[in-house]
Design a protein around this ligand. Structure first.
Ligand SMILES: CC(=O)N[C@H]1[C@@H](OP(=O)(O)OP(=O)(O)OC[C@H]2O[C@@H](n3ccc(=O)[nH]c3=O)[C@H](O)[C@@H]2O)O[C@H](CO)[C@@H](O)[C@@H]1O[C@H](C)C(=O)N[C@@H](C)C(=O)N[C@H](CCC(=O)O)C(=O)O
Ligand SMILES: Nc1ncnc2c1ncn2[C@@H]1O[C@H](COP(=O)(O)OP(=O)(O)OP(=O)(O)O)[C@@H](O)[C@H]1O
Ligand SMILES: N[C@H](CCC[C@H](N)C(=O)O)C(=O)O
Ligand SMILES: [Mg+2]
Length: 493
């Protein structure tokens, strides 16, 4: 492709270098090949400028960087721009060209993965070839790829969107993380609609304040959605009001959902152990549906997904039928099994205070015995959330077991002690497998077990090593062993 065919490049550079052929793009010098455009970006750990020479040695023929960057003697043209991350996103969008006709993005502290998955499922039920992109990976009619970043790097993202179109996908829902929004990873995506779930504490190691974190999320509505595009906003969160105000001010068509919602109004919820009966009103019609998922927060996620589906052309009745057939996203209040007398054991991805609070509160209505929780906190991540999660667990669960969750480069015992400082009466079992086995062994009739923090993850990161580990597998095995022990006892063997 010629440089002149790429979006986001300043006119002067196009007039001088427009005929240059570009074979590929990257912001990582290690991935440069002959004829590539290299974006030299200032990052949180390194500065891409330092790798420009390396990029040229590997075949880069044009470099994009920020105005004022000092690259020294480089034998290829350098294009200076105000916001090179945004330029890279726009360039990537035009390089890979194709995007699904309908693209929606979901932001918020919790529920993004679930809403993206639910939106895909509702679209699919309504007959559209649909995909979801996020923390748990990419799901489409032809693929189920395990994920890494919640919002992929723009070059990866646009390559992926092009591939999805080639597969026939017309509708895609993606997660917009605050890192992704802040780093302009989505700036080239042609969005049809956006959504907001809620705002709580997260990533305080990256964003200086909650306001800055909220502002990063608001970029979706204030800078990325085209004027007039639907913004589906969950109405019952403390941050709903300022989000609605910002989206309205930016010219979005705000559609609120929830108890205080106008677009989809939640009237009534009746909880059962594994499902919920929900009454909602949409445009004067009353719908009574059964959501086949546990957890209040799944009602919220379902309504946001239904809002996105309706806003992008699915009839309300079809969206409601779609809700009745939803499958939970992997590792989100995911029922692994039950003890011989029916006490359920769930794996959940709550790794931040609000999520833990929600998941523990959600299982209480159907727990006649004790709520037992096993959790830890990740190393090299926001330390402030550790005592907060300790306090929440102690307040909302009857038995608290604190264990390890990806200590990374930190001393695991220190992380645990920071949680335990705010969790009087909690037990400490460092080894996660042992903690799970202990929790399963103590379950009695009426109890509910929540193993929180890892959800779909398949590893335990200790130092630089990722040891294979799955909460799902461990809980399943512990339940199996318990049932086998029970059987042995009953037969007197
Ligand atoms: C902190 C963070 O978000 N980092 C992201 C950021 O990297 P960075 O620009 O800060 O990287 P850096 O290491 O400082 O390097 C600066 C530049 O030098 C380049 N470089 C570096 C070395 C070299 O040899 N050659 C070279 O060219 C790098 O490619 C980079 O362009 O931009 C990269 C490209 O988009 C991302 O891959 C990278 O994500 C890292 C891997 C990461 O772990 N990110 C996490 C925290 C993240 O983004 N999480 C969110 C939210 C999760 C959630 O809540 O669900 C997500 O969306 O996944
Ligand atoms: N709407 C919600 N409100 C509060 N908590 C929620 C909500 N939805 C999910 N959760 C909790 O957050 C956890 C993660 O959910 P999900 O993966 O859907 O969110 P996410 O925003 O994608 O999170 P992440 O940023 O970690 O990828 C769930 O396992 C559950 O504990
Ligand atoms: N995307 C999040 C996931 C955290 C999950 C939890 N298991 C942990 O390791 O803290 C992060 O990398 O911060
Ligand atoms: Mg996610």
């Amino acid at each position: 492709m010629k440089l002149k065919d790429l979006n986001g490049i300043p006119a002067l550079a196009i007039s001088e270098l427009g005929e240059k052929t570009i074979n590929g793009l990257t912001s990582d010098s290690r991935q440069v090949e002959r004829g590539f455009l290299f974006a030299a970006l200032k990052g949180s750990k390194a500065d891409g400028v330092a790798y420009a020479t390396d990029a040229v040695a590997r075949g880069a023929t044009v470099i994009i960087t920020s105005k004022g960057a000092k690259l020294g003697k480089i034998p290829v043209p350098i294009i200076y721009v105000d916001d090179p991350r945004r330029t890279l996103a726009l360039v990537a969008a035009s390089f890979y060209k194709l995007q699904p006709d309908v693209m929606v993005a979901i932001t918020g502290t919790s529920g993004k993965t679930s809403v993206a998955s639910f939106t895909r499922q509702i679209w699919a039920q309504a007959g559209f070839a649909s995909a979801s992109i996020g923390t748990t990976g990419v799901v489409s009619p032809k693929r189920e790829d395990y994920g890494s970043l919640t919002t992929p790097d723009p070059v990866e993202l646009h390559k992926l969107l092009g591939e999805l179109v080639d597969e026939g996908v017309t509708h895609a829902a993606m997660e917009a993380s605050s890192h992704g929004l802040d780093q302009r990873r989505l700036d080239g995506v042609r969005l049809s609609a956006g959504a907001f779930t809620n705002l709580g504490r997260d990533h305080m190691d990256y964003h200086a304040t909650v306001e800055e974190y909220h502002a990063a999320k608001l970029r979706l509505f204030t800078e990325l959605l085209p004027k007039g595009a639907p913004a589906v906003i969950f109405a019952d969160d403390p941050f709903s009001k300022p989000t609605i105000a910002a989206a309205t001010e930016a010219g979005c068509t705000v559609l609120t959902v929830g108890r205080k919602g106008d677009f989809i109004t939640l009237k009534r919820v009746e909880h059962e152990r594994f499902r919920q009966h929900v009454e909602v009103h949409i445009a004067g019609e009353i719908y009574e549906i059964t959501l086949p998922l546990a957890g209040d927060f799944q009602v919220a996620n379902g309504l946001v997904a239904a809002g996105l589906a309706i806003a992008t052309g699915v009839p309300a009745a079809a969206a409601m039928r779609g809700l009745e057939r939803l499958k939970g996203a992997p590792g989100r209040l995911d029922l692994v099994g039950a003890t011989e007398d029916g006490a359920p054991a769930y794996v959940d991805y709550a790794h931040k205070p609000d999520a833990l609070e929600n998941v523990l509160a959600s299982v209480r209505p159907f727990t006649t015995g004790r709520v037992i929780v096993v959790f830890g906190c990740g190393g090299d991540r926001d330390k402030g959330k550790r005592p907060m999660m300790g306090e929440i667990a102690t307040r909302l669960a009857d038995v608290v077991i604190v264990t390890d969750d990806n200590p990374r480069s930190e001393v695991a015992a220190t992380i645990r002690s920071e949680i335990l400082a705010a969790a009087p009466g909690a037990r400490e079992i460092p080894d996660r497998r042992e903690a799970i086995r202990e929790a399963v062994a103590m379950m009695k009739s009426g109890d509910t077990l929540i193993v929180a923090g890892k959800g779909h993850e398949e590893g335990q990161t200790v130092g630089d090593v990722v040891l294979p580990f799955s909460d799902h597998v461990e809980v399943g095995q512990a339940l199996k062993d318990r049932l086998a022990r029970q059987g042995t006892r009953e037969t007197g063997a």
